[in-house]
Design a protein around this ligand. Structure first.
Ligand code: LMR
Length: 333
């Protein structure tokens, strides 16, 4: 008897539950999750919050955007899979983190390819850059925009960091990119792929000797507190592609998709305008803190770094395609 009434109660509840979604869908907003791995006071952190603000304004009552910074929801290792599983709706991984989905984006990792972020921007805005946002749709990933961070600097726990010979034999944390792995091998160093959230501790405990990153990340993650020297190499870039799950995106009501796309375009422009200032400001804060020395490099030093890293280009040209490399080179003025 108990069992039957229990079942009956459950089926009454279930019947009620069938009617409920229509009521609750009309009343409660759709929850949209955006996850990233950096701090809020970074270009990516600020662009994410801007997106939330704009999307919630234009879709008032219809969507709620939840932003999770600092790998709180998903770290590097999980975020792409989580997006494909539908557990998060937008992520903005660095362009170095798509290796498993396309080889084409490796173009962004080639050392000394872009002179500055303005050149990166021109390349991304051009036909090749725009095409790249659609290269992963067959894998379920759709690019909605490029978000800027900045040029990479090299840091170690050594007093001397001026010439390529100074990093021979040292261990470096890298993002999960084969190009970056080859770059450090070309220098005679030992690269180790590692999630962003683990870098501070790895530097602090000496699991690795150094890393490469933007001023913004070096400051906001406090890497400068556990490194002795930061060489101003500007040898590469860290930039992002905001991606969504293409199936989820295509399944959205047209008006919602349109409003989200507009919010994304505006948030992208907002964040990208901030990126250079963030990096300059954070470089100054690091200099003022006086913990790590900033090693400015002369022309000869930079030429030596460039020469040491050059072999990487040949190695990956086949996978990337000469057309992409040429288009990227043309964006330098
Ligand atoms: C890194 O892993 O070093 C960066 O890609 C982190 C980020 O998202 O800027």
């Amino acid at each position: 008897m108990m069992l039957t009434s229990g079942l009956r109660r459950r089926s009454v509840l279930a019947a009620g539950a069938i009617a409920l979604p229509f009521v609750s869908r009309a009343q409660s907003p759709m929850v949209i999750k955006l996850s990233h791995v950096v701090a809020e006071k970074t270009p990516k952190g600020q662009a994410s919050l801007k997106f939330k603000e704009l999307a919630e304004k234009s879709l008032a009552g219809k969507v709620q955007v939840q932003v999770f910074p600092n790998s709180q929801l998903f770290g590097d290792a999980k975020e792409l899979e989580a997006l494909l599983l539908g557990d998060v709706h937008f992520i903005a991984p660095s362009l170095s983190k798509f290796d498993r989905y396309t080889k084409k984006l490796q173009v962004f990792d080639l050392p000394f390819l872009f002179d500055d972020v303005a050149a990166v921007d021109r390349f991304q805005a051009g036909p090749k850059g725009q095409e790249l946002m659609k290269t992963m749709t067959s894998r379920g990933l759709l690019g909605l925009g490029y978000w800027h961070n900045g040029m990479k600097q090299l840091s170690t726990n050594k007093d001397t960091l001026k010439r390529p010979e100074d990093v021979k034999g040292l261990k470096f944390r890298i993002q999960p990119s084969d190009v970056l792995e080859a770059q450090f091998r070309a220098l005679g160093a030992n690269p180790q792929k590692m999630a962003f959230s683990e870098v501070y501790q790895a530097l602090q405990t000496g699991v690795v000797d150094g890393q490469e990153n933007t001023w913004s990340n070096i400051y906001s993650q406090k890497f400068f507190e556990v490194q002795k020297t930061i060489a101003e190499t500007n040898h590469g870039i860290i930039d992002y592609m905001v991606v969504t799950n293409s199936k989820w995106w295509d399944g959205l009501p047209a008006d919602v998709r349109k409003a989200l796309a507009e919010a994304m375009t505006e948030a992208t422009a907002f964040g990208n305008k901030l990126a250079n200032d963030f990096n300059e400001g954070d470089r100054k804060k690091i200099a003022d803190a006086g913990k790590a020395k900033i090693q400015v490099l002369g022309k000869d030093d930079l030429a030596a770094w460039k020469k040491s890293m050059e072999p990487v280009w040949k190695k990956f040209e086949g996978d990337i395609g000469r057309d992409l490399i040429d288009a990227a080179l043309k964006s330098n003025r």
